[in-house]
Design a protein around this ligand. Structure first.
Ligand code: ZN
Length: 657
């Protein structure tokens, strides 16, 4: 591991807190040190209080901040004297501690200080750094872990046996540090948890952390436990979407609402899943208590997904029994599932949660494999994990969090999503919390939005194989399908029936009608498994109720889709799938309408462009966003009791009215 410290860069951060920000970000940049909000840092500074007295303040990372992107405002200023007095108490419950931490802030608007604040206060050195370095965790999660720590560091660190994060840990660290530290002590090893380093400058504390983590890496390398065997395994090509969607439904039931389930069939995940000892090494629990906090629940392993339903309930009942505690969890579902054929599956209440679980588990696999190579992976006992998962602070956080509103945990698929109404539908659905898959023949779809809850797939909807592959990819990405927005379509240049070629007619029918039929047929088994019932929205056209001359193919294709949707409403009602259509008209902010075409059409009717755009009963302009918002609402509770409706979104059209 290399130090990322750069004197020139560092010089731009003047003052203690700014230096703290700089080196915290360096730690945050390395995912093998800290992951997703893990780890914490502090600096001790002096402030003049309102009475004109100088006071020592511990600025410690506040909750909700990530080291990689932390700002000065992310550090919570706690009165140091108060923290040190707390450290001297014989006991303090977690909830009392949380109250005291909040109470000793000099700025009540600051974020909640890290639960490790008291521990930071008791350590010497102006700057204190704390990470969950992967290499150290590999070493401490082995049978002879304690002895190995000695081999790595000698007496340069004080080694603390595993205790759950919180007041007890802070107290134990303070006591053991007092007893065992000496002038040459540079840090603390927390068994099964991580490293602390400290120093009088940000650079010293940071570089000691890098040195300590590097020593752990070197130790693994010396013992042939650093380099992991390369794997060339690739994702299975057979179809798994039906069983994945069925499993996601089970999982959603256990999680108390729709869940995102992401399949990771990368070489590392498959190699791990196919190990003969995977059942043993994956079932011992997470690598550090921090990983329990950040992902909830533990991995499960099995051969076929159907078996998990029983597996996970048994597993958690067993865990509760072992710890001798009453089972009061909010949900019993796993967040990581290991499957021999598919690799690693991660679940979350949102796509972001599932992606965090994946990052953490990919690190966990490396940690486990290195520990195994070192002589045997041995994680925390089940009771300790149970304690972390159900400790007061975590439960309070969960109770406070509740379920996200809207479409959180649900998956929507939009066709023709790269531009116009389709693109607007993507935005409206994302805004409501859904994970969205966008399909388009335009390859630009794959880079439409870079966020964990969007996935773009290039797809030719008229090709059955391309469509099936897209659905398979969508389900592997998010776990199933709850909402389908049929938007893709073409509007060919005007032609009368007398002059229309059969080729053009067939092309329009192929895209506007046949492709939608195919997609509906293929999506039906998935929509049937939607935890809250499936929803389909058809982007129809004013041409359905009021066709126009010169648009025979377009009007006929849209009318046919409309009829298809009505039949689907009749057939799919028993599967709790509702299907509604909306009929937009004169939506000009799409790729179809260039300023030139707009000007020429306006001229054709003898109107100005402005009058042409608002040429409807309400004299209002209809935008893609208006259509998209209605489409999204049709998937929501407002339309929960409605199927086969056709709603115009056209500003009022006298031919339709
Ligand atoms: Zn920690």
């Amino acid at each position: 591991m290399k130090s990322l410290w750069n004197d020139q860069e560092a010089a731009k951060f003047s003052g203690d807190l700014a230096q703290r920000v700089y080196s915290s970000r360096l730690l945050g940049r390395d995912p093998s040190l800290v992951l997703h909000g893990g780890g914490n840092t502090s600096v001790k500074v002096k402030e003049i209080n309102v009475f004109g007295e100088e006071e020592e303040i511990l600025c410690v990372k506040g909750s909700g901040w990530d080291l990689e992107t932390i700002e000065a405002a992310g550090f919570s200023p706690c009165r140091l004297a108060h923290l040190l007095r707390l450290a001297g108490l014989p006991a303090l419950s977690d909830l009392q501690m949380a109250k005291e931490l909040k109470g000793c802030l000099t700025n009540p608007a600051a974020p909640m200080p890290s639960v490790e604040a008291i521990l930071h206060a008791t350590l010497p050195g102006k700057f204190v750094d704390h990470t969950h370095a992967d290499a150290l965790i590999s070493i401490t999660n082995t049978a002879a872990g304690r002895q190995r720590v000695n081999e790595v560091y000698g007496d340069r660190v004080v080694c603390i046996p595993y205790v759950m994060p919180g007041f007890k840990l802070a107290r134990l660290c303070a006591e053991l540090f007092r007893q065992h530290s000496h002038p040459g002590t540079v840090g603390l090893v927390l068994m099964n948890h991580g490293l602390f380093s400290f120093g009088d400058t940000a650079k010293i504390a940071y570089e000691r952390m890098i040195e300590l983590a590097s020593m752990a890496e070197d130790y693994l390398a010396r013992n042939n436990a650093w380099k992991l065997p390369a794997s060339t395994l690739t994702a299975p090509t057979s179809s798994h979407r039906a069983e994945l969607a069925a499993f996601r439904r089970e999982l959603s039931g256990a999680m108390g609402g729709p869940a995102i389930l992401t399949t990771h069939s990368d070489a590392a995940a498959l190699a791990f899943a196919q190990r003969a000892d995977v059942g043993e090494i994956s079932q011992q629990g997470p690598a550090t208590p921090d990983h329990v906090i950040r992902t909830k629940r533990l991995p499960l392993v099995g051969r076929d997904l159907a078996a998990y339903r029983i597996a996970y309930s048994d597993y958690f009942t067993g865990l509760a029994a072992k710890s001798g505690q009453q089972l009061t969890m909010l949900d019993a579902a796993p967040r990581v599932i290991v499957d021999r054929e598919l690799g690693v599956l991660t679940a979350g209440r949102t796509a972001k949660e599932a992606s965090i679980a994946s990052d953490i588990y990919h690190h966990t696999m490396d940690i486990v494999l290195r520990a195994t190579a070192l002589g045997g992976w041995k994680a925390l006992p089940a009771a300790d994990i149970f304690d972390v998962e159900y400790w007061d602070l975590e439960q309070a956080k969960l109770r406070g969090a509740g379920r996200a509103p809207g479409f959180a945990g649900e998956i929507a698929l939009v066709t023709g999503a790269a531009s116009g109404i389709g693109r607007a539908c993507v935005d409206s659905l994302l805004k409501r919390g859904a994970a969205v898959v966008g399909l388009d023949i335009n390859p630009a779809i794959t880079s439409l939005c870079a966020r964990p809850d969007f996935h773009g797939i290039t797809c030719d909807l008229t090709q059955q194989a391309s469509l099936a592959a897209a659905l398979e990819e969508a389900v592997r990405k998010f776990g199933g399908l709850d909402m389908l927005v049929l938007n893709a379509g073409i509007f060919p240049p005007g032609a009368t029936i007398a002059e229309m070629s059969l080729e053009l007619w067939r092309k329009v029918m192929n895209i506007n009608l046949d492709a939608n039929f195919l997609l509906m047929r293929e999506a039906h088994p998935l929509l049937k498994l939607a935890p809250n019932g499936g929803r389909v929205v058809v982007i129809g056209s004013k041409n359905v109720p009021a066709p126009g001359p010169g648009a025979a193919a377009y009007s006929a294709s849209k009318a046919a889709v409309n009829q298809l949707a009505r039949v689907a409403a009749l057939e799919w009602g028993r599967d709790r799938i509702r299907i509604n259509s909306l009929h937009p008209n004169m939506v000009f902010d799409t790729a179809l309408w260039t300023p030139e075409i707009l000007a020429s059409r306006a001229k054709h009717y003898g109107l100005s462009v402005e009058d042409y755009k608002t040429n409807n009963v309400l004299k209002t302009e209809v935008s893609s966003r208006d259509v998209a918002e209605l489409a999204a609402e049709m998937c929501g509770p407002l339309f929960a009791k409605t199927t086969a409706a056709q709603v115009p979104v056209d500003g009022g059209n006298d031919r339709v009215i």
